[in-house]
Design a protein around this ligand. Structure first.
Ligand code: NBG
Length: 798
């Protein structure tokens, strides 16, 4: 690490913080608030990022290195202050510098709002990948939208989710640089005419996309890349004539219209929101990004035919799938290239990552909508479709992009990319077999797998300083950028002293969580209980329902036989999409059950349920280090990968899980004996669904489950409204698409195994430490290296 904590570095940072208090915040130090100090510190750290950032940019220009452009509608970065301090090697320096001024570093860190520009795994993955690209010296840009309102704030009122607008930008955001000079015109609607053999699109509406750049510094400050987020601005300022006529609201209309484009993040990533505004947002991002990419390429004096040698463009799911048609449009209509050359350049540049098999999440736009919002793109999409059809005359007739008056964005992304990847081994196999079997057969080798990863800087070093210190003390520094080194812990696992230290680190994290629960939830939790955590978006396929049903069965057994199980704290957290009623009902059920169970004097010491509201990245940073047990219990074949599963296992939690997504590979790496496996496999799930009686049979075969459903149906957890959950219970008996009933018995048995293992501390801590030691593979650095060699064809510029 650079930047030792020396008296000189502390004094220098302190002086810079004071300078920013005075000249940036305009405050006299004795009157500065926490807010002032946090911003001043952020500016002082940002100053230290600027030099390496410039150096990286200069080096990329000088060496003519290929750049990666990561297009994503979501970047779930969370807080940035501590992350920047850690990657700069200045966390301790900052703490000391502030302490000398009578300011507490941790307090400032805790007051930073989360940048919640994403929904869940897909957006957080993009943020981890930005960190790894910067750490590996892979020259690159993240392109996204600077939403004024990120993911909604969740509160739980009488057990129910309420949504409030999120307002991270009401405070000054110190990490970004506004670039009013980097603005592009983005068009919508209008008409297409032809002149001199070329199509001329005259949009009826236009907005400006204005860039905001946030430097992303890598570990050890050796490289920095740019996260460039676009915000929408009107092309025409407000209408002075109308204003002068007293039409004040109408005068401001163009501005309001434009701004809606970057106003809100769509709060759903698992269903396809067929909204015109969403389509416009997607095109807004894609067009701004591609205009910027071509401008940079041409500024370097390169021929357009050289674009694939210098630019790799990755589409994060289908949301930016208009990148293919937009690139073709710019090359053909603006730069006069022939269609065939343009499409082959597009395919050579583009890659597509698929993140879901759920059919309801695959984007499809009605042709009349796409054709009216983007008339020229509709023509180009049809041209691409015809070109592809000509190349594959023997293809099955149902293969194609435009079918049944819809544009299928998955097929578009596939056809316009040279590589398509899934995000875990199982998922990639299913992408080939079930999602795109025909396209896979036409393009053998195009579909590859890159199993997801998470950044060890944030998810171990930052979030879990106690364990990070133990790791460094045991195997030396450097694992943060070379996570496979964690293997060095393996021999230590046999050492009782090491295991005791490992357990002590976990215990101190659990105590910290207990303190937080006391302060925020008013709950007195027992730090010696098993901390059993399920945090993620709430969705039927993720089966929070299975968890709460088993919790009720467990509670019943405890009532009959107190002392029959070890104490447990069951933590749930996560948001449901506002329009997703079934998921909201599950949240309510969990909270209703919590009220009854937590009030039971018979079981209070042995079982507690908590649902802290507004789960986000910074809450994950508290929960992950404190968990003993990680719940990864989706219906097999539904979770593309999961990344929470990786964070928990890396921090020494054991997984209870199905053979789904990356669970499969996690289990292979940590060892089957260190993983609580249960449930049907993906193939068995498909098979079981063929029996229309599957749920009924499973329920009738399992008395505890039958009792649980009976209690819920009778209103035991909703005495004020006994029929509240009739629909839910009816649905489990009669359809149960996600096979909660069929997996219940196996899950219940696996939970009993957890108790057995936790009751044997030697065994448990050996298992837990082996999880940490064997998770090196799941670093996002490994994943990004695979993207660089298998998909992007780029090299480190370090
Ligand atoms: C999510 C999957 C997760 C996966 C992340 C990141 C979407 C559409 N998909 O299983 O559900 O870990 O993507 O790949 O958000």
């Amino acid at each position: 690490m650079p930047n030792e904590t020396t008296a000189a570095s502390v004094a220098a940072l302190r002086a810079d913080v004071l300078r920013h208090i005075t000249y940036t915040m305009g405050k006299d130090a004795p009157h500065a608030s926490h807010y002032d100090w946090r911003l001043a510190l952020s500016f002082a750290l940002r100053d230290r990022i600027v030099e390496p950032w410039f150096a990286a940019t200069r080096r990329t220009w000088e060496t003519g290195a290929k750049r990666v452009y990561y297009l994503s509608m979501e970047f779930l970065v969370g807080r940035l202050l501590e992350d920047a301090a850690i990657n700069l090697g200045l966390r301790d320096v900052a703490r000391e510098a502030l302490a000398g001024l009578g300011v507490d570093f941790a307090t400032l860190v805790g007051e930073e709002p989360d940048a919640a520009l994403g929904n869940g795994g897909l957006g957080r993955l993009a943020a981890c990948y930005m960190d790894s690209m910067a750490t590996l010296g892979c020259p690159g840009y993240g392109y996204g939208i600077r939403y004024e309102h990120g993911l909604f704030r969740q509160s739980i009122v009488n057990g129910e989710q309420r949504e409030q607008a999120e307002d991270w930008l009401t405070q000054r955001h110190p990490w970004e640089f506004e670039r009013p000079e980097s603005a592009y015109v983005i068009g919508f609607r209008g008409e297409v005419t032809h002149a001199q053999g070329r199509a001329v699109w005259t949009p009826a509406e236009t907005v400006h996309a204005e860039a905001h750049d946030t430097p992303v510094i890598g570990w050890g400050s050796r490289w920095a890349n740019t996260l460039r987020l676009w915000s929408a601005k009107p092309t025409a300022l407000f209408d002075l004539a109308r204003f002068n006529h007293g039409e004040y609201a109408a005068a401001a209309e163009p501005e309001a219209l434009a701004r809606t484009l970057s106003r809100v993040l769509y709060p759903d990533d698992t269903t396809f929101a067929g909204k015109e505004l969403r389509l416009k947002q997607e095109y807004f991002l894609v067009s701004a990004a591609l205009q910027d990419i071509l401008r940079r390429h041409l500024a370097g004096g390169h021929a357009l035919s050289d674009l694939p040698a210098l630019a790799a463009i990755q589409m994060n799911d289908t949301h930016p799938a208009l990148a293919g048609p937009e690139l073709v449009r710019l090359l053909v209509d603006v730069h006069g290239m022939g269609f065939k050359e343009a499409i082959s350049i597009a395919v050579a540049c583009l890659g597509y990552t698929n993140h879901t098999l759920l059919p309801e999440a695959l984007e499809r736009w009605a042709t009349y909508l796409l054709g009216s919002v983007l008339p020229r793109h509709m023509q180009i999409i049809e041209e691409i479709d015809a070109w592809h059809a000509r190349q594959h005359p023997t293809r099955p007739h149902w293969v194609g992009i435009v079918k049944h008056h819809e544009v299928r964005m998955g097929d578009l992304a596939f056809i316009t990319s040279h590589r398509v990847n899934g995000v875990s081994a199982l998922h990639s196999k299913l992408v080939k077999k079930t999602l795109f079997p025909e396209l896979d057969a036409l393009h053998p080798g195009r579909v590859v797998n890159v199993t997801n990863g998470v950044t060890p800087r944030r998810w171990l070093r930052l979030a879990n300083p106690t364990l990070a210190t133990l790791v460094t003390g045991s195997i030396g520094p450097g694992w943060e950028a070379d996570l496979e080194r964690l293997q060095g812990l393996e021999p230590l696992v046999e050492d009782a002293g090491f295991r005791a230290e490992f357990a002590a680190a976990k215990r101190s994290n659990k105590i910290a969580l207990t303190d937080w629960l006391r302060q925020t939830q008013g709950i007195e939790a027992n730090p010696d209980a098993i901390f059993d955590v399920q945090v993620k978006r709430v969705h039927e396929y993720k089966r929070q329902l299975l968890n709460i049903l088993q919790t009720i069965a467990h509670w019943q057994r405890l009532r009959e036989n107190p002392g029959s199980a070890l104490p447990r704290l069951r933590v749930f957290g996560g948001k449901a999409a506002p329009g997703y009623q079934a998921a909201k009902e599950i949240i309510r059920l969990i909270n209703d059950v919590a009220v009854v169970v937590n009030a039971d004097p018979k079981t209070r010491d042995a079982l507690q349920i908590v649902y802290p509201e507004n789960y986000n990245v910074s809450m994950a940073e508290r929960l992950v280090p404190a968990a003993d047990l990680s719940e990864q219990i989706s219906t097999a074949g539904k979770e593309a990968s999961g990344t929470g599963n990786m964070k928990f296992a890396l921090n020494g939690a054991l997984t209870i899980g199905t053979l789904d997504g990356a669970n499969v590979e996690i289990r292979e790496h940590v060892g089957a004996e260190n993983f609580f496996l249960f449930g049907l496999t993906a193939a068995e799930v498909t098979e079981r669904r063929r029996d229309p009686e599957h749920a009924r049979k499973a329920i009738l075969a399992n008395q505890p489950l039958q009792d649980v459903l009976q209690m819920i149906a009778e209103g035991r957890f909703s005495p004020d409204d006994p029929s509240r959950y009739h629909g839910l219970v009816h649905n489990i008996w009669n359809s149960d698409y996600f096979l909660v009933a069929s997996d219940f018995a196996a899950y219940d048995a696996a939970q009993a195994q957890v108790d057995v293992a936790f009751g044997d501390p030697d065994r448990w801590w050996r298992m837990a430490a082996l999880n940490t030691a064997r998770m090196g593979y799941f670093s996002s650095d490994r994943a990004i290296r695979e993207y660089m060699t298998e998909i992007w064809g780029t090299k480190s510029a370090l």
